[in-house]
Design a protein around this ligand. Sequence first.
Ligand SMILES: Nc1nc2c(ncn2[C@@H]2O[C@H](COP(=O)(O)OP(=O)(O)OP(=O)(O)O)[C@@H](O)[C@H]2O)c(=O)[nH]1
Ligand SMILES: [Mg+2]
Length: 563
Amino acid sequence: MCVNCVLIAIISSSLQSSLIMLPSYQDLADYPLDQVVSPTPEDGGLFNYAYKDSSSEPSSASTLVPDSVQTKTVTDSTQVIRELSSDSASDSTLIDELPNNPSDTPLLSPKDSTKSSNARQDQMPDLISNLPNQRSNIVAKRGAEFTLMVAGESGLGKTTFINTLFCDKFISSSDDRRLLQRTRMGPENGAPVERYDKTTHITIHGCVYEENDFSIKFTVIDTPGFGDYTNNTNSWAPIVNYIDEQHRMYMLREEQPDRSQICDTRVHVCLYFIRPSGHGLLPLDIKVMQELSCRVNLIPIIAKSDSFSMEDREKFKAAILRDIVQHGIQTYTPPATTPQQELDNSTMPFAIFSSDTTCTNSNGKRVRGRQYRWGLAEVENENHCDFSKLRRVIMTEHMLDLIDTTAEMHYERYRTKTMLDRIAHAKAVNSESAKLVSEHGGLSALMAIWTYGSEFLQEKVIEDDPIYADKKRKQTERFEFVVTSQERKFENWRNELRAQQNAYNEELEQLHSEVFQLQEEVNALELRTSSPSSRQYGNASLHQSTESTEAKSLRSARYALRK
Ligand SMILES: Nc1nc2c(ncn2[C@@H]2O[C@H](COP(=O)(O)OP(=O)(O)OP(=O)(O)O)[C@@H](O)[C@H]2O)c(=O)[nH]1
Ligand SMILES: [Mg+2]
């Protein structure tokens, strides 16, 4: 089955337009944690789980629903799930290598095992060859839930892409009205200006495909574009918060006593739209992609690739790949088992364009495309863009792998970190809980965590919030700056005081030495005035003048000394 068939089937299918409302992110975030319960069959699983309010049971889920949220049930679509599980068909070849009795063959040796393969096949003919069927049955029984998110700067065609991918099935009547308003405005400053409706909040669209025993709940999350402002720090934070919030909610649901109807609202793939600038990734792209790639399967998309020539497009792809490697961004690489899958993988990052409208191509066929003076750019033509390849990867070939990777890698990472944080928190928060955790471990530790760390998750949500983290970082930087500058000021003062003290000490030393010198002089003069030789001279006048000079010197020395 090709995805075209799916989409055509979707268009032609009769919609049972049972609108079931999904909670918005804000609603989920505001909901008290202790009131979150596991969904019941009557709740309808996925879309109603969070609204078991102890104060008021919602009579209908729609009372709590934002306009933007809707689900539609599509019946008679083609065999989505059968296609999804078909990749495991190759498992049947393993039967030849299975030992007859496991104890006979301690280690699997292909050489030995082939000897009696025919005999074994006789005895256990359908052991592994049934695995694909089993898998198919499990998927059929459980159904599947798949969530796709689009993110990126404003105006890159995210909403248009969703409408193209789902043939406008998600556009509600109000959206239709707004779409009609998407008109080319008259010339402004000489140039025609195209106006479009910006996505201003996270919008969740839900769609249930059903066929025979198979059903798949498809959720598409359209996010507001960012990067419009001079300062775009944390403009992407609501997107990252949303992803974390889904992990947190899933973990809470897992911890509820009844998990029979557990629903999965985790984001399984995020398509990140890159501006077709021709110059590689912008710093904002790098930051956002780094944040996203550690939380979700990230697939980079070159948006509006109709603005490139083929040559420029390949150059831009190479530049993007180089930047991705250079900045350690972990993008999703699908496993390739067929030449077609290898070819699709080599095309990444996918360069696509989308369109709200259909045009007639050279074969007279109505196709989605963008009409230019030079010709028609067809969305689904693989020679024009990678739209079909992208759709094949996410919807036909690797949907189950995306779901598994989300559970096994991204959710597991979140869960491990949260559990470790909880234990650390429980240890730190109360000595009694610390004693429980360290002495008993196991169930007691869990009890301690729950008893003493019940508010922990709430706090953690705040702490994990990038906006909060950024504020905290800025405050810490500011604090450090103030402390450092004050310390520098005190150091300067200390140095100045030290210099002054040194100057005073030197002056004091000098004065001491002067005093000492004067004292010496005084002593010498006193000695001279009192010596008998000075009295030998009979000349009275001479004696008088000498005496007066010496007396003067003595007086002045004494005066200086006193001073
Ligand atoms: N040339 C070209 N134009 C496109 C493409 N996709 C969308 N557009 C146009 O780009 C404008 C913005 O499209 P949207 O789909 O609303 O973009 P967005 O990314 O959802 O924008 P925000 O909601 O603001 O983030 C519209 O005028 C579209 O017609 C494309 O692939 N190529
Ligand atoms: Mg949009």
